[in-house]
Design a protein around this ligand. Structure first.
Ligand code: NAP
Length: 263
């Protein structure tokens, strides 16, 4: 049986760095093939070429729109044909749109639920039959999952779903030694901010709260290998997590409303 890893959102940012790290990390050496998923085929082809120059791990490209139900059906059929064992599922595809829920583009708002929630849950569901003892599922949530974010309302709610769903799923799967880790990064310099139409200026995001995609991914894989429930990075976000449990949310919602409006 072939051991595979499946990475969504592999065409850029955090997902792409997961692919680099999976081929580099000795603890992932059982992975023989990586399925890389995103819409932009040419980006996936570039990634495949780059990996092929340095590694013998085979790369299979799936240029799919995960907001489309048919894409999940296609992946389910591919899994049935493959007889593979899924050692890693990394759900990194996602986007956020900043702005008011009412005046923002409705399709974009609902699209976040389709991708960040429905596609992530569907993919997790079709992959589970191929997971075995020691398999890892890494769900990319966000530090915005910790408390509601006015002017980023749908996005933060989708990430709260990922946070809550994945922690509960972890409990359901732990008897089988299938390990779910929820990854909650703070701001990371990726194409995410262009799509969000957000200007991550240094004023708003000093280096202490920003992290590189490489550091997020290294920590996430290390935390997964230690079977940790949460992977929160950079360290200041861990403080933010604790604070979000202590401070009544109604006291900070107004601050976030103004912060997200000015971003
Ligand atoms: N950057 C941050 O500050 C930050 C912080 C916390 C959490 N996150 C989360 O981290 C994850 C990765 O984000 P990123 O920062 O790496 O952003 P990114 O560079 O914009 O990457 C997003 C990925 O999702 C893919 N994607 C978007 N829509 C898709 C669709 N309909 N079907 C299939 N794939 C789709 C994109 O590929 P195509 O466009 O080629 O389809 C791309 O590969 C997201 O879930 C995001 O919410 C990001």
């Amino acid at each position: 049986m072939k051991h595979i890893a499946i990475v969504t959102g592999a065409s850029s940012g955090i997902g792409r760095h997961f692919v680099y790290q999976l081929v580099k990390d000795k603890k992932c050496s059982q992975v023989e093939e990586i399925w890389i998923i995103a819409r932009r085929r040419e980006r996936l082809q570039q990634l495949k070429q780059k990996i092929n120059q340095h590694s013998s791990v085979s790369i299979k490209i799936f240029a799919l729109d995960l907001q489309n139900k048919e894409s999940i059906v296609q992946l389910k059929k591919e899994l049935e044909k493959s007889e593979a064992v899924v050692s890693y599922l990394i759900n990194a595809a996602g986007y956020g749109k900043l702005g008011s829920f009412f005046s923002g583009d409705f399709e974009e708002q609902i699209g976040m639920i389709d991708l960040n929630v429905k596609a992530l849950s569907s993919l997790t569901h079709i992959v589970l039959p191929y997971c075995i003892c020691g398999s890892h599922i890494l769900q990319i949530s966000s530090a915005v999952a910790f408390l509601p974010q006015p002017n980023f309302s749908v996005y933060s709610a989708t990430k709260s779903f990922v946070f809550s769903f994945s922690r509960a799923l972890r409990q359901e799967l732990r008897k089988k030694n299938i390990w779910v880790t929820v990854v909650c990064p703070g701001p990371v310099n990726t194409e995410f901010f262009q799509r969000a139409q957000w200007n991550p200026s240094k004023k708003f995001y000093p280096p202490i709260i920003r992290a590189s995609a490489t550091s997020i991914v290294k920590k996430a894989l290390s935390d997964a290998h230690h079977c940790k429930e949460l992977s929160i990075c950079p360290p200041l976000m861990q403080f933010f997590y604790v604070l979000s449990k202590l401070v009544p949310h109604r006291f900070v919602l107004n601050t976030f409303y103004h912060f997200n409006q000015r971003a």
